[in-house]
Design a protein around this ligand. Structure first.
Ligand code: ADP
Ligand code: MG
Length: 689
């Protein structure tokens, strides 16, 4: 029963301004989160949930957030004890008398006289029998009504600028109502039934406003499975077509390989040599290489890429290296130019910053078939007139979506392809995820002369950090300071959580040193400029959000300070720590924490004790609660919003199996019930990792 696709597409494509309460200003703020349409709102999943279901008085914990429903039982009073007005009102909650208290919110007085029955959420202070209210909502007479902010499991969304979390909840609730009647499930129902999966509309509703943890879990599985399937389908298509290709065999002499090794400023480790041998053997054959190198941050993957590119150029062809950011592209170009300075082939760099004349010259060389290595970002690599492309390398592969990676192969599918990633995933999952490629694991390099220690201090002892910072900066070393949030300009900082107020503070503390600022709300151009200044030493201490995670190598960086480390995922912390001490010096990573829950304490302990990305990712999962996940989205995988490599391996395996059979079946290509899953599959490409 195929419906007109527009019938379900249209309501989802409507702009957010269609919703009550969203004007042009808020629409712009939403846009900075990548949200333009009703559909985008539906796919803006919570990253956390808060259990604010109504509890009996006996279950309230001192100092914790609770949600209650009660009746106003007296006159509200305003006092001005200190400088702030305090509103207090007695309330009856399930036969218990408490005081609801508001600070600085005199306007609630008027609201309290209008309604009698309220649903409140706030912190319970047992000794005073008072609830410090953070959220209030009147309860309509004759029923609990449908609440989105309290009295339920409440979704918590990533927000931006001055978008209040509460608004997002309200808008997403209306978006759901708007879209639900029009949602057509892309998975045929028979198939869903067989796998025991929820239907799409229900899954979307439950992922945002779960009725209980169990349903949330099932909703998540349903959406994860679809993500996996949509990820696998193009891969399996590509794999199906791959069989018949023949790539140029790149055979280098022993002498040439020795020259390559001699050109390196270091001697490769045994692990690197093993992978180098595998790559050299593979590109010497006619079967196109499709290989993924997985190795922790700092394990030394660049040298593997360099070998494949070297082979392309030395055998008279061209190689291309794709990097996720301009600065990383520049860095690779610099490294490779240095290593290959003694050879006759050039290393070209192409980024958004390359001027026209330069680009024209480069294109002329490339289309004339001149051997060499091209390094660039995906924005510019689409238009290159390759004439002798033999090897493509995709660095930080997880940062590129499937489609972007496919574009690398569009000029010529019969080439050797190497990808590199630092995603901490187990071997078995790597096979399932990247079913169309061979995977090499590069072990972490044994720590060379320098040491990297992790020191954990409470926030109150930040003076010690400043001391150490000053010492290191005056020795010419560089440092990162990372905060969990951006903050708002001109606003009173709540504590050391936001990068803007931290930047101001450090500028004072580090007077005489060059302090820079980097965060996600800056334009890509600005970010690149700051990052470059830091890499070159014009900035000595960089105060930043986690945008610094991407694998830029600043060998002089020897210190990392992470504020409110309890607010980061373990994998994220590990990525951050990997940014320092990259050239063997003594390096130190400070984690500063505020008040900690038990779980948070265990996480930080694990971080201090373990220095292996994969083990940390597993630990992170063990310690996470039922509605608490970060998934890959937060580490920048454009293909996934929910999929978590550690938690969801089984779904990826299933999806791979299903995709494999689907693309080989006539029904899939013919039946209307698969129309949505078929979308976009016509793109050509193969083995796109
Ligand atoms: P990755 O890309 O895997 O994070 P890189 O290739 O950028 O790691 O290497 C990290 C740093 O270690 C670089 O400064 C590099 O020059 C250095 N390095 C890599 N391999 C070795 C080695 N075998 N001996 C000494 N230093 C190395
Ligand atoms: Mg790298």
């Amino acid at each position: 029963m195929e419906r007109d696709p527009r019938a379900w597409q249209d309501p989802l494509a409507r702009p957010v301004t269609f919703l009550p309460g969203v004007g042009p200003r808020r629409a712009r703020a939403l846009e900075s989160l990548g949200i333009r349409s009703i559909g985008d709102l539906l796919y803006h999943y919570p990253f956390r949930y808060e259990d604010l279901r109504l509890r009996r008085p006996g279950e309230w914990e001192d100092g914790r957030r609770v949600a209650v429903e009660g009746t106003v039982a007296g006159k509200p009073r305003v006092s001005r004890g200190g400088r702030v007005p305090v509103v207090a009102v007695p309330m009856d909650v399930q036969g218990i008398r408490i005081h609801a208290v508001w600070f600085r919110q005199a306007y609630v007085l008027e609201r309290l006289t209008r309604y009698r029955r309220w649903r409140l959420a706030g912190r319970w202070q047992a000794a005073r029998r008072s609830l410090v209210v953070e959220h209030m909502e009147p309860v309509s007479e004759g029923g609990a009504g449908h609440s989105v902010h309290a009295g339920r499991i409440v979704p918590v969304y990533q927000t931006s600028g001055d978008l209040r979390p509460k608004w997002l909840r309200t808008w997403i609730a209306s978006a759901l109502k708007e879209a639900e009647p029009h949602l057509v499930d892309p998975l045929p129902w028979r198939w869903r039934a067989k796998l025991g999966l929820m239907d799409k509309a229900e899954a979307l509703r439950e992922i945002h406003f779960p009725r209980d943890w169990e349903r949330l879990g099932r909703a998540r599985e349903r959406l994860v499975y679809e993500e996996c399937l949509r990820f696998q389908l193009p891969l399996q298509c590509a794999r199906w077509r791959q069989k018949s290709r023949r790539a140029p065999a790149l055979r280098l002499t022993r002498r040439e390989w020795e020259e390559f090794l001699a050109a390196l400023p270091f001697s490769p480790t045994e692990g690197q040599r093993r992978v180098l041998r595998a790559v050299a053997a593979e590109i010497a054959g006619h079967a196109p290489m499709r290989r993924l190198i997985l190795g922790d941050v700092g394990s030394g993957k660049t040298v593997i890429a360099a070998a494949a590119l070297f082979a392309a150029a030395m055998s008279g062809g061209q190689g291309v290296l794709l990097a996720p950011t301009e600065i990383l592209a520049e860095q690779h170009a610099r490294t490779l130019s240095g290593w290959f300075a003694g050879f006759s082939f050039p290393v070209w760099l192409l980024t958004g910053g390359t001027d026209r004349a330069e680009r024209t010259r480069c294109f002329a060389d490339i289309s004339a078939g001149r051997p060499g290595i091209l390094v660039g970002t995906h924005a510019v690599l689409g238009h290159v007139p390759y004439s002798a492309l033999r090897v493509a390398v995709c660095d930080e592969q997880q940062r590129f979506g499937v489609v972007q990676r496919m574009a690398l192969l569009r000029p010529n599918e019969s080439i050797h392809l190497l990808s590199m990633s630092a995603t901490p995933i187990p071997r078995t999952l790597a096979m399932a995820l990247f079913g169309d490629v061979d995977v090499s694991f590069l072990p972490a390099r044994p720590e060379t002369p320098g040491r990297r220690v992790t020191r954990w201090l409470p926030l109150e002892r930040e003076e010690e950090v400043v001391l150490e910072l000053r010492q290191r900066l005056s020795r010419g070393e560089r440092a990162y300071v990372v905060a969990p949030a951006i903050g708002r300009p001109g606003e009173q900082p709540e504590s050391k959580k936001d990068v803007l107020s931290l930047f101001d503070w450090f500028r004072e503390q580090l007077a005489g040193f060059a302090v820079g600022l980097l965060h996600g709300r800056m334009s890509p151009g600005e970010k690149e400029r700051v990052m470059r200044a830091f890499a070159e030493g014009a900035i000595q201490a960089l105060v930043a959000t986690t945008v610094v995670e991407v694998g830029v190598d600043v060998p002089e960086a020897t210190m990392m300070v992470i504020y409110h480390a309890e607010r980061f995922g373990l994998s994220q912390l590990h990525q951050l720590r990997g940014r320092i001490g990259r050239s063997g010096q003594d390096a130190v990573c400070f984690v500063l924490t505020g008040p900690l829950t038990d779980i948070a304490r265990q996480r930080i302990e694990a971080f201090q004790a373990v220095n292996d990305g994969y083990l940390l990712a597993k630990k992170d999962l063990e310690l996470r609660g039922p509605g608490d996940w970060a998934g890959l989205a937060q580490s920048g995988w454009p293909d996934f919003a929910l999929f978590d490599p550690i938690r969801d391996e089984i779904w990826m395996r299933r999806a791979k199996h299903h995709a494999h059979h689907l693309v080989r079946s006539r029904e899939f290509w013919l039946l209307p019930e698969f129309a949505s899953l078929r979308e976009g599959l016509a793109v050509s490409g193969e083995g796109i990792h």
